[in-house]
Design a protein around this ligand. Structure first.
Ligand code: C2E
Ligand code: MG
Ligand code: MG
Length: 679
């Protein structure tokens, strides 16, 4: 482009004193004026410029405050020009619109830098003519100047061919190429690759601007430079930092557990599914962790300490994870850790051990030292083979097994565990229905007096009549009832059936007591005493003829409270029996505190007679000491009976006399026992 006469003169006059320059400017025919960007005023203008600005004379023009109604966009653009003049001695062609008579008039202006005497950079403006451009062109040129959207044209893989003021503002001036836009070079290469394949690309990327790192929504399209005909890339970009930060924050809040900063369940699921979408086989481990007895920590030390434990747990776990590992808190004290790219099961075992060792260290809260133990369940699988819910389920099943086995350990999932868990779930569901439908009955096992050979009592043992499985034994469902709390309802049912039966036998003149089992949870529950009180006030209640069997484990805890509870039950007219005696850890000397009327020796000791003779003798002596009746459970042979008779055991129960019987068959079982004794 040929240089205008005014610019040539001005360029040559850079060394000429400012006053001389001004007088030269005034002699030029083309409209020329010098604009002080900082003060938004014209410092010098020739008469052609005054005419263009519709000013009476130069003084009139210089007196005008041009900043008064200047928009921020224009101010920013002029500031940008100023910095470009300083750094690059830049020159721009811009279309300006003047409104001399209220009518717009479009003028092409050449802008260049001019250093004032005080050292500040001003702008020398030279109008090179009124344009007769199409309105459309004029408007689009204006829009390019005013918009905050960055618009730039780059030669392919080369420097910028054009940058609008917003682009220069964002990228800084200078011959920057397209790659300079991206902080992360991977974003640039992704763009180049999509431009190659599809001719266009759009992504939100981080851009280094003079104002620091910002996020831009960048669109790029391949095109042809209208001036040179060469391949070029048109880039438009909008600053979306505020929006992105707000979105990121919202996502962070939605994805994270607020207390520990770990992911939550739904975020973990999304991450899992995202990784699965990569369709690459990948060995993966899901570790389900649960802090042992966390409820106790909360109850004993308070929730603040509980929170500290959870935060510490998360921090320690995170410290031991690798970049692609993920930790999530599912709620309460349950955490899930997902490890990917596992080489071998041994590696997992090793890492899980390390994790547990790092996590299960005492935690200090102020001066309180809290010991932390962790149970873990691990499932290892190929990411492509298992859905998220199945992976979670497997590790949860393994965790459950860890807890069943005594907590504070790691268990790896096996298919057998899975089958058992499915069975357990099925039973749990069916139990809920069974409790509503009254599908339970008691079988009765006779208890026989050794001396007289008569049936003195019957233990009521619950059976579940399952629609498909037939008769289900208590070992298969009582533990589930205990875990889920259904035991309360089942226990109530058993007590009602058993008491009603005791009343019925008593009223029929049969001298048979009834013995019923209490489960630990049922015994601990506050609803037990009111229930027993109700039952004891039922008309015909046979005072002292119904026995409640408890086990040694139920005697641990606050001894005074337990003694008080047992005294109350005793006063209501129930006898208390200690079942499965010898298998627990109860302190023998404490037993005398409790109103125990009967001690049942666990069948494991009877099965090992005569070898276990010394222990059985000891229990017999102890029972005499506390004046309780002794019952030997699990008497299966004549030899068992002979030993027990010889050693003074009072009562026996076992298959040798009779198995537990449905109510209908009970009378004939009793008759058979009596007949056998007479023989
Ligand atoms: P338990 O209270 O010790 O009951 C005795 C168990 O030993 C019964 O098993 C009985 O069938 C079995 N048994 C009796 N004599 C012999 C024998 O000579 N040899 C062998 N091998 N076993 C014998 P069952 O009916 O399967 O009950 C198992 C356990 O389930 C009971 O042990 C009791 O702890 C619990 N249970 C049963 N019914 C109830 C109930 O209504 N409530 C609660 N909470 N628990 C119950
Ligand atoms: Mg029992
Ligand atoms: Mg027993």
């Amino acid at each position: 482009m040929s240089q205008s006469p005014a610019t040539q003169i001005v360029n040559e006059m850079i060394v000429v004193p400012q006053g001389d320059t001004f007088s030269l400017v005034r002699r030029l025919d083309a409209p020329v004026w010098l604009f002080d960007i900082d003060n938004a005023e014209i410092v010098c203008a020739n008469s052609a410029a005054c005419k263009l600005w519709k000013a009476v004379d130069e003084d009139d023009l210089r007196a005008r405050n041009l900043g008064a109604d200047m928009s921020d966009t224009v101010k920013n653009r002029l500031k940008q020009h100023q910095s470009d003049f300083i750094s690059d001695a830049a020159r721009f062609h811009e279309m300006w619109t003047f409104y001399p008579n209220g009518e717009p008039s479009n003028v092409m202006v050449i802008l260049s830098g001019f250093t004032l005497e005080d050292g500040r950079m001003a702008m020398l403006c030279e109008a090179i003519g009124v344009t007769d451009e199409q309105p459309e062109n004029i408007r689009s040129a204006e829009a390019l100047l005013y918009t905050d959207v960055m618009i730039a044209l780059f030669s392919t893989l080369g420097p910028a061919l054009y940058m609008n003021p917003a682009a220069r503002n964002t990228l800084g001036s200078g011959q920057r190429d397209l790659s300079a836009l991206f902080i992360n070079s991977a974003d640039y290469y992704a763009m180049v690759s999509r431009l190659d394949s599809a001719g266009e690309d759009r992504q939100v990327v981080e851009v280094m601007t003079p104002a620091g790192r910002r996020w831009y929504d960048v669109t790029a399209k391949t095109c042809t430079d209208a001036v040179t005909g060469q391949a070029a890339v048109l880039v438009t970009a909008i600053d979306v930092s505020e929006l992105k930060n707000a979105r990121d924050r919202a996502r962070f809040l939605a994805d994270r557990d607020q207390l520990t900063g770990c992911f939550n369940r739904s975020a973990l699921q999304s991450i899992y599914i995202e990784r699965q979408k990569k369709m690459r086989p990948e060995n993966c481990a899901v570790i389900y962790c649960d802090i042992d007895r966390f409820k106790q920590i909360n109850d004993q030390y308070g929730h603040e300490v509980g929170d500290t434990v959870l935060k510490q747990f998360a921090a320690r776990a995170r410290h031991n994870l690798r970049t692609n590992d993920v930790i999530a808190r599912l709620g309460g004290d349950e955490f899930v850790i997902m490890l990917t790219n596992i080489n071998s099961d041994d590696e997992i075992a090793q890492r899980a051990q390390q994790l547990r060792a790092a996590i299960a260290l005492p935690i200090m809260h102020d001066s309180t030292r809290i010991s932390v133990e962790v149970s873990m369940g691990i499932s290892i699988f190929d990411l492509q083979d298992l859905s998220f819910s199945k992976a979670m389920r497997q590790s949860d099943v393994a965790l459950y097994t860890s807890k069943q086995r005594g907590r504070d350990r790691i268990t790896f999932y096996t298919d057998e565990m899975g089958e058992a868990a499915t069975m357990r779930d099925m039973i749990e569901n069916d139990l809920k229905i069974a409790l509503k439908e009254d599908s339970f009955e008691l079988h009765y096992q006779p208890r026989v007096d050794v001396q007289t050979g008569t049936v003195v009592s019957a233990e009521g043992l619950v059976r579940w009549n399952h629609p498909r499985l037939g008769t289900v034994m208590p070992d298969q469902f009582i533990p589930i009832c205990e875990e889920t709390g259904m035991i309360e309802e089942l226990g109530r049912l058993v007590l009602k059936i058993g008491c009603a039966q005791a009343i019925a036998w008593h009223e029929a003149g049969l001298d048979i007591e009834v013995s019923l089992n209490l489960s630990p949870r049922q015994f601990a529950d506050d609803s037990l005493l009111p229930l027993l009180s109700d039952l004891s006030s039922t008309p015909g209640f046979p005072h002292g003829r119904i026995e409640l069997e408890i086990t040694e484990s139920m005697l641990t805890g606050d001894q005074d409270l337990i003694a008080e509870k047992l005294q109350l039950i005793d006063k209501m007219g129930f006898r208390i029996a200690l079942d499965d005696f010898g298998t627990g850890y109860s302190n023998l000397s404490h037993i005398s505190r409790f109103p125990l009327k009967c001690i049942k020796i666990d069948r494991s000791f009877i099965a090992r007679l005569p070898d276990s003779g010394p222990i059985v003798s000891l229990i017999l002596t102890l029972a005499r000491e506390v004046e309780a009746t002794v019952v030997a459970e699990g008497v299966e042979t004549a030899e068992h009976l002979a030993w027990l008779t010889k050693n003074g055991c009072e009562q026996i129960q076992g298959y040798y006399m009779s198995k537990p019987m449905p109510l209908k068959k009970f009378p004939s079982a009793v008759a058979k026992i009596h007949k056998n004794h007479r023989k």
